[in-house]
Write a protein that binds this ligand. Structure first.
Ligand code: BES
Ligand code: ZN
Ligand code: ZN
Length: 485
């Protein structure tokens, strides 16, 4: 998408469509009598996400004006702006509009507003139908050019470019996440990471099964052994040219390309949804692209353990005891709790590579979906200072996060008579005992675990978003690195 920053003179915009915001209770003065009549009849109220497409509005050069309800002015924030810009873009794209403009007027025209608008519009234009063959599918309609009508201040252009970088990275993550499990095998996921790294000047190393065997990654390899598809451990590295910190931040993403549950097999109903079990991995790969382009001052490692969890004849059994890279032994009570097993070895490896801080993202538990639904991701930590940084990054990315507990009580649940720990802790508090399992391998390294099982995928389309992968928590990953303290 081509981006332009034009001045605030909206009437002069020659785009196919111009988006103007209308606040509830404060009607715009610039739209003339026919719009006043629509207000009087109650068709235009300014309520959030109300969209009214007007043609040939007197005094405007743009052939369409899309009046977008923005709610009450005192409640208006960047999160609302994101939703409105996205919904407007999706409506216009559906109408075949190729060039769109959006006006950000005084009071909501800061660099942060510009960045959020651009990012939202780019993400709004993504569609999940890449493998449909119909020429007129949703994904073949594109907005080619977006103009933001706003006063240019220091940082406006850079903010728009950053918004574009993050939006495109999120769409890359979604392109990867939406690929079906017969095409996106662990090796294919590694190839996607390598292609991204090559295109963005990052290094990317892929550890294969033999190498992981030499290193002793028994927890990861145990999950992989039921599948004909070989596993991989992907390591992407960003090194700043001008470091502003000696810290090494590791972003770790669960990359289960399909989760049948293994021998503890899942019910067949909705099992196809478990193609999404690599959304943490996709978010890490996309985030590394944005980080390569935004060039923060901190070293960042992107680490993706990737496997297919299948019940093949060589599959691990409930009752197997595996030895992880850390040396700790684990009794596999349920082969469906596989994400934490592959994360255990990936996290130990990240520590061996010298990471000083770590964030992992994983579609880890059904329990988090019960707790938080599809609105917020659950966050767990062993370090309040890092959590504060993470939450402030989340505020700026617009991705909602909720802090949940992990402590020694939950770790108790993992006690096992035959091995150092069990891979499950029972139904009650399932998201927290899963976090406690991961923490056993993290140790004292400052760490956040983000359970995205409820937020990584939307089963229905929204006015402001396609159905399918959301790329969460890519935006927060990128802001965390960009604002590293
Ligand atoms: N990938 C799933 C998490 C999941 C389950 C997401 C259901 C959405 C809906 C994960 O590997 C898993 O199967 N977790 C089990 C753990 C249990 C066996 C302790 C779960 O949450 O049911
Ligand atoms: Zn599972
Ligand atoms: Zn899983």
């Amino acid at each position: 998408m081509k981006l332009k920053l034009a001045g605030p003179a909206t009437a002069e915009s020659t785009s196919d469509a111009l988006v103007l915001l209308e606040f509830e209770g404060s009607p715009r003065p610039d739209l003339g009598a026919s719009v006043s009549a629509l207000r009087e009849s109650g068709e235009i109220t300014g309520k959030t996400l109300e969209l009214t497409l007007l043609h040939n509005v007197v005094g405007f050069k743009a052939s369409r004006v899309l009046l977008a309800g923005a709610g009450k002015l005192e409640k208006f924030d960047i999160a609302t702006l994101r939703k409105i810009a996205a919904a407007a873009a999706r409506l216009l794209k559906g109408k075949g509009v190729k060039t769109a403009a959006i006006a950000l007027e005084s009071g909501y025209d800061s660099p942060d507003h510009l960045a959020a608008t651009v990012e939202a519009v780019i993400e709004a234009c993504w569609e999940a139908d890449a493998l449909k063959t119909k020429a007129d599918k949703d994904g073949s309609k594109v907005i080619e050019e977006l103009t933001v009508c706003a006063a240019s201040v220091a940082g406006s252009e850079a903010a728009m470019a950053a918004g574009k970088t993050i939006g495109e990275a999120a769409n890359l993550a979604r392109d990867i996440a939406v690929e079906p499990p017969n095409k996106l095998t662990p090796m294919a996921l590694a190839a996607r990471a390598q292609a991204m790294a090559k295109a963005n000047g990052l290094t990317c190393e892929v550890l294969d099964q033999d190498r992981m065997r030499q290193l002793g990654m028994g927890a990861l390899l145990g999950v992989a052994q039921g599948s004909a598809e070989p596993p991989a451990l992907i390591v992407i590295e960003y090194k700043p040219a001008n470091p502003t910190s000696n810290d090494v931040l590791a972003l770790v993403g669960k990359g289960v390309t399909f989760d049948t549950g293994g021998i503890s097999i899942k019910p067949s109903d909705s099992m196809e949804k478990m193609k999404y079990d690599m959304c943490g991995a996709a978010a890490v790969i996309g985030a590394m692209q944005a980080i390569a382009q935004l060039k923060p001052g901190v070293t960042v490692l992107g680490i993706v353990p990737t496997v297919e969890n299948m019940p093949g004849s060589k599959a691990q059994r409930p009752g197997d005891i595996v030895t992880s890279l850390s040396g700790k032994t684990i009794e596999v009570i349920n082969t469906d709790a596989e994400g934490r097993l592959i994360l255990a070895d990936a996290i130990t490896y990240a520590k061996q590579l010298g990471c000083t801080h770590m964030v992992d993202a994983a579609t880890l538990t059904g329990a988090i979906v019960v707790a938080l639904g599809h609105f917020q991701s659950g966050c767990f930590t062993n370090n309040d200072a890092l959590l504060a940084q993470w939450m402030s990054a989340a505020k700026s990315s617009g991705e909602k996060m909720w802090h949940l507990p992990v402590d020694e009580d939950y770790a108790e649940l993992l006690k096992n008579p035959y091995a150092d720990l069990s891979n499950i802790g029972g139904r009650a508090g399932g998201a927290s005992s899963a976090a406690a399992f991961i923490q056993e391998f993290v140790g004292d390294t400052p760490w956040i675990h983000v359970d995205i099982a409820g937020t990584a995928w939307h089963d229905e389309k929204k006015p402001y978003a396609a159905m399918g992968p959301t790329a969460v928590p890519l935006g927060t990953f990128v802001k965390l690195a960009a604002n590293w303290k």
